[in-house]
Design a protein around this ligand. Structure first.
Ligand code: ATP
Length: 763
């Protein structure tokens, strides 16, 4: 580490210093020698260009039209960068700085900043349209980063032009997956507010933009996410490599090149097998299960990485393609028309990923879904009727209010099909040919929701210089607006939304003009809005405005149509040759609680379909080990519950009066005859008990914690309190009087046990 700026005697740098001997402000930062040399080299370039340090340079920005052209040309860059810029700005908002995005030539496209710094900055033309290449502004972070093609800090008097000495600027180039510079992200502020972490934030933000760009570019090819340390996969530090279907490495992020120690060009000379010694087929095989864990792989030069492969195209399509490649056979199934190297239909892939019919997804969040989808019996609301009474009743209610201008609120756990229901409502409404616009209130940063929903005029934000945008509400005009995760809408915005819904007019931010809107409103949430109202995190008046009709989609574990749903999903995934479930898999499915609901069922079946390719029956061999383990445990618990229930019912017979006894007798009889534990929908059958005994590790069905085989069972509980007390006593007895063990098994504290037993000594 050098703290000196003294160059070798007699060098060009020495001559330079003779003219400009010291940079005292920057020197105080004690920056590394490498940095100092880079600044010196830049100063040499500026001198060679004949730039004058003291003359006021030409600060005139591009004309309006040229700026519009530059912005238009870089629209995609801005789309990826804008949310990241907002986030970055939030981090530095206290520091009198601004966030700047330039194109690859150094022209500022957009900037966000605080008012008073902005007015000073405008004097040095840190405003859109100004060109900050070295050629125009001498040594500066943007221009120097463009030449060096790496992140650069230029602090105070390191700027070549005296006019810029009040600035401290940290800039990082933004590269596309082929290594081309797309532009530069920069934070500039008053040098007195310098903070050493700013550079880190800028670098991370640039990486974030690059990763978004890469993912977007290669969403239809396989991507390998890797790192030498497994815990870094999924973070900004991970390497990402895009692999074409024939195994060529077609793109990479900066993290990948750094870790592999390769240039972009060198990487593109490789294939999956020359670099990682594996093939696309092997990775598809490994990672088609959503529960697959990262794979340790070694590169040709001995570096070791943990690798996770992602591929967004429908899994079995890739499988089908591979099979055709391997066997030369004609394909079967719904994607038969897609050739091995042919482009993948992204809309169809997105539709498949969302579990929608092909053609129903036209865009990421907004689509004229109804217009595209057919109106056969399998579409719209009828498609969702698979025999469950709760769902059937809910669909009936919806049918009655559809087209009546009544807002619908869909409640339900994650993955229960809330968005699918909203789309079905749209498809069955008179608005089906108009847009369906979905907004996920949980996935948009709070600071952006307002602009996203209501739109904004150019210059609506303090310091912002971006073009205006039409909000989602206006985009949905004439059609359906689906506000997903409405419970996550920031409270400050709820009043604004309520006003818009009541007045049916939207006023974009920064505009004086209102736009009339006519939308059918469907909202959804997994949250308990009533509780939120009590906690004052959700407005009561908005709740009543949204809740013309509230329906609750039941969780899968409460539905009675598991098997028809399975059939329907299998049919859709595998077409006419859809396999069936083996009896064992059926039992596992029925016992399992499905915390991820239909989404999880869909994913399990999709994987099973691929694994069972060509076979008629899906067996446990086609399911992932984690799933089997969880489902087996669930099955054991149900068996144990049934044992307890049966014991209790028999005990009731022994203790109850004759009338009660005959009811209890009937209860036990029913459990045997109909195979259900009374009062639960998903209890195990006696048949299940017998036929799954072979899956028990010890060959015997287990009992629940605290219940020993042959233990005398207490008399009939009369109330919830009785049941609680009885469970506690049973657990304590089973634990041989050890309160700690019993407490652990019951999941309550020791004090609770002592308290309950003390208070109920006489019971
Ligand atoms: N009745 C159904 N038939 C077939 N697939 C379904 C059904 N319901 C849901 N799915 C599938 O489950 C997945 C999740 O559905 P959806 O996104 O609508 O759920 P959600 O409740 O909106 O989830 P989240 O709350 O996480 O946003 C999708 O792949 C969807 O196709």
């Amino acid at each position: 580490m050098s703290t000196s700026y003294l160059p070798p005697i007699g060098s060009a740098r020495a001559r330079l210093q003779a003219e400009e001997p010291r940079r005292p402000i920057a020197t105080a930062l004690q920056l590394p020698e490498e940095h100092v040399e880079r600044i010196d080299q830049s100063h040499e370039r500026c001198q060679a260009l004949g730039l004058s340090r003291i003359e006021r340079p030409d600060f005139s920005p591009l004309g309006r039209t040229d700026l519009s052209v530059a912005r238009e040309r870089n629209h995609r860059l801005y789309t990826h960068a804008a949310p990241v810029m907002e986030m970055l700005h939030d981090q530095i908002v206290e520091s009198q700085s601004m966030v700047v995005l330039t194109d690859a030539t150094g022209v500022i496209l957009h900037s966000i900043g605080v008012d008073d710094f902005l007015s000073r900055a405008n004097k040095v033309a840190l405003a859109p349209g100004a060109n900050w290449s070295e050629q125009y502004k001498g040594t500066n972070a943007v221009g120097t980063a463009l030449i060096e093609e790496r992140p650069v800090l230029v602090h105070a008097d390191e700027h070549y032009l005296h006019a810029n000495h009040f600035l401290t600027c940290s800039a990082a180039p933004i590269l596309d997956p082929r290594g081309n510079i797309l532009g530069v992200l920069d934070v500039s502020g008053d040098h007195r507010g310098y903070h050493q972490h700013t550079m880190g934030l800028v670098k991370m933000s640039a990486r974030m933009i690059e990763n978004h760009w890469l993912t977007d570019d290669y969403r239809n090819v396989m991507r390998l996410h890797f790192h030498s340390r497994v815990e870094f996969i999924g973070t900004l530090m991970e390497g990402i490599v895009a692999v074409s279907q024939d195994g060529k490495l077609v793109g990479a992020n900066r993290g990948a090149l750094e870790q592999l120690g390769l240039s972009g060009a060198a990487l593109r000379m490789h294939t999956l097998s020359t670099l990682f010694g594996t093939t696309v087929a092997a990775l598809v095989d490994r990672f088609r299960s959503p529960l697959a864990t990262p794979l340790p792989l070694e590169t040709n030069n001995g570096r070791q990485f943990h690798v996770y492969a992602r591929f967004n195209w429908p899994v079995w399509q890739s499988f089908d393609t591979m099979m055709r490649e391997q066997t030369g056979e004609a394909a079967t199934g719904p994607t038969a028309s897609t050739g091995p190297a042919g482009p993948i239909d992204l809309a169809a892939a997105a539709a498949a990923a969302a579990g929608l019919p092909a053609g129903s997804v036209a865009g990421a969040s907004s689509s004229a879904a109804g217009a595209a989808a057919g109106s056969g019996p399998r579409e719209g609301l009828p498609r969702l009727a698979t025999g469950d009474a709760q769902v059937g009743a809910l669909l009936d209610k919806i049918r009655r209010v559809i087209n009546r201008d009544i807002p619908i609120l869909v409640l339900g756990e994650t993955g229960t099909g809330k968005e699918l229901l909203a789309r079905a409502i749209h498809q069955d409404s008179d608005r089906a040919k108009q847009p369906f616009v979905a907004v996920n209130c949980a996935s948009i940063p709070d600071t952006l929701i307002e602009a996203e929903l209501f739109g904004y005029e150019e210059g609506a934000f303090t310091g912002a210089r971006r073009k205006g945008a039409v909000g989602k509400i206006v985009q949905a005009n004439g059609g359906t607006l689906f506000l997903d995760e409405i419970g996550d809408m920031p409270i400050a915005l709820q009043a604004h939304l309520l006003r818009v819904l009541q007045e049916r007019q939207v006023t974009p931010l920064g505009s004086a003009k209102s736009v009339a809107v006519d939308v059918m409103l469907v909202c959804a949430t997994h949250r308990n809005l009533r509780e939120m109202i009590e906690q004052k995190t959700f407005r009561e008046d908005l709740y009543y405005r949204l809740n013309g009709l509230a329906v609750r989609l039941p969780p899968l574990r409460e539905r009675s149509d598991l098997m028809p749903l399975v059939e329907r999903i299998l049919e859709r995934e595998c077409g006419r040759s859809a396999p069936t479930l083996s009896a064992e898999v059926m039992r596992l499915f029925q016992a399992y609680a499905w915390p991820g609901n239909v989404r999880q069922l869909f994913n399990v079946l999709r994987t099973a379909c691929v694994m069972a390719a060509g076979e008629r029956v899906i067996t446990r061999d086609h399911l992932s080990d984690d799933f089997i383990e969880d489902a087996r445990l669930a099955l054991e618990r149900r068996q144990a519950a049934l044992m307890v229930h049966t014991n209790l019912a028999h005990a009731n017979l022994a203790h109850a009066d004759p009338a009660d006894a005959s009811a209890a007798q009937a209860d036990v009889g029913q459990a045997g005859a109909f195979g259900r534990v009374p009062a639960t929908t998903n209890g195990p059958s006696m048949g299940e008990l017998a036929s799954t005994a072979s899956m028990q590790p010890a060959g015997q069905p287990s009992l629940p914690p605290g219940v020993a085989r042959g233990m005398p069972v207490e008399p009939t509980p009369r109330s919830l309190e009785d049941i609680e007390l009885m469970s506690i006593r049973t657990a304590v007895e089973a634990a041989g009087g050890n309160i700690s063990v019993a407490a652990k098994q019951l999941g309550i504290s020791r004090n609770t046990i002592y308290r309950k037993l003390r208070w109920n000594k006489s019971a």
